[in-house]
Design a protein around this ligand. Structure first.
Ligand code: MN
Ligand code: MN
Ligand code: ZN
Length: 291
C-alpha cells in the first residue's frame, strides 16, 4: 500500500461515471489521481448532472486520494489550430471542460498546449495564449487551474521546451490561472536528459529559472520507449524504457518535489496490475539506496 506521505497514483478510466475513477484509484491505494471529465475522443459529452457531481465528491471524500485531482483535457483540442472553425471548436471544448472541472471541484485541467501546423512556433504560442485569455474571461472566478503539459515535440507540437511554456504564460493575462505539468517521458523525448544526475540537476535548474517551481503542480511519471531527443511520445513502464530507474530514483527522492503529485500514464489492463507494479517500483526507489 502507498505511503500516506507520497502523492502517487495513475490516470483512471471513468467508464461507469466520473466517481468510478476515484474508486479505481482507491482500489489500488492511489494518493493522487488523474481522470477525463468527458469521453476523451469526442468533442461534446452529456453534461455532468448535479447528482453525479455529488456522488463524485462523496466518493472522493472517503477515498485514499490526498492530492488535488487533475483532469486531462481531450486530445482533440488544439488551442492554436490553423483552421478557424477548429480553433473555435477547441476553445469551446476547453471552456466546457473547465465548466466540468469547476462543477466537480477538480483542481487542475491539464492540456497539451497545441500544434501550430505550419504557422510557426511564435504564432502557435500567441494563439494558445489568446485562446486561454478568451476562455479565462468566460470563466471568471473559477478555481480550476489551466495546466500546460510539457510535450515531446512530435510533429508541430508547441511546448517541448521550457521557453515555450514560459512564452505562453507570459502572454496570458490571468497568470494566477496558470500552472504546468512535467511529463517525464515527454521532456526526455524532447531532449532533457533526466537519466543522469548531472542532466537531471541541469534540467530542473533550467525549469526553475525559466518557468519556476511555483507553477509546477504535477508530474506525469512515464518511462520512454524512445530515446533522448527523439521527439517521439511513447510511454513505457517505469524502469523498462530509455529513462530507466536512475532518473526516477532522482525524481522520487527529490525533496523539492515531495509535495507534487506523481501520476502514471503507462499502458494498463482492466485489473490495474501494471499500475500496482509501477507504483511499487517507484516507492521502492525511495527506500533503496543506489547500489
Ligand atoms: Mn498528456
Ligand atoms: Mn502526460
Ligand atoms: Zn505522452
Amino acid at each position: 500500500m502507498a505511503h500516506s506521505s507520497i502523492l502517487l497514483g495513475a490516470h483512471m478510466s471513468i467508464a461507469g461515471g466520473v466517481h468510478t475513477a476515484v474508486e479505481r484509484g482507491t482500489s489500488i491505494g492511489c494518493t493522487a489521481l488523474q481522470l477525463f471529465v468527458k469521453n476523451n475522443n469526442q468533442w461534446s459529452g452529456k453534461p455532468i448532472t448535479d447528482e453525479a457531481a455529488v456522488t463524485y465528491k462523496e466518493v472522493l471524500a472517503k477515498s485514499t486520494i490526498q492530492a488535488p485531482v487533475m483532469a486531462h483535457a481531450t486530445y482533440l483540442i488544439n488551442l492554436c489550430a490553423k483552421n478557424k472553425i477548429f480553433l473555435k471548436k477547441s476553445r469551446a471544448a476547453f471552456k466546457d471542460e473547465l465548466d466540468r472541472c469547476e462543477k466537480l471541484g477538480v483542481a487542475y485541467l491539464n492540456v497539451h498546449p497545441g500544434s501550430h501546423m505550419d504557422q510557426g512556433m511564435e504564432t502557435g504560442i500567441k494563439l494558445i495564449a489568446e485562446s486561454l485569455n478568451l476562455v479565462h474571461d468566460q470563466t471568471n472566478g473559477y478555481t480550476t487551474l489551466s495546466v500546460l503539459e510539457a510535450t515531446a515535440g512530435q510533429g508541430s507540437a508547441v511546448g517541448y521546451t521550457f521557453e515555450h511554456l514560459r512564452g505562453i504564460i507570459d502572454l496570458v493575462e490571468k497568470k494566477n490561472r496558470m500552472a504546468v505539468c512535467i511529463d517525464t517521458c515527454h521532456i526526455f523525448a524532447a531532449g532533457y536528459d533526466i537519466k543522469t544526475e548531472e542532466g537531471y540537476l541541469k534540467t530542473f535548474k533550467e525549469f526553475d529559472e525559466i518557468v519556476g517551481f511555483d507553477r509546477l503542480v504535477a508530474f506525469h511519471v512515464n518511462d520512454s520507449k524512445k530515446g533522448l531527443g527523439s521527439r517521439v511520445d511513447r510511454h513505457e513502464h517505469i524502469g523498462n524504457g530509455e529513462i530507466g530507474l536512475e532518473g526516477f530514483r532522482l525524481l522520487m527522492n527529490d525533496i523539492r518535489f515531495a509535495h507534487i503529485p506523481k501520476i502514471l500514464e503507462t499502458p494498463k489492463s482492466e485489473d490495474l496490475h501494471e499500475d500496482v507494479e509501477n507504483m511499487k517500483v517507484l516507492e521502492g526507489l525511495m527506500t533503496k539506496k543506489k547500489s
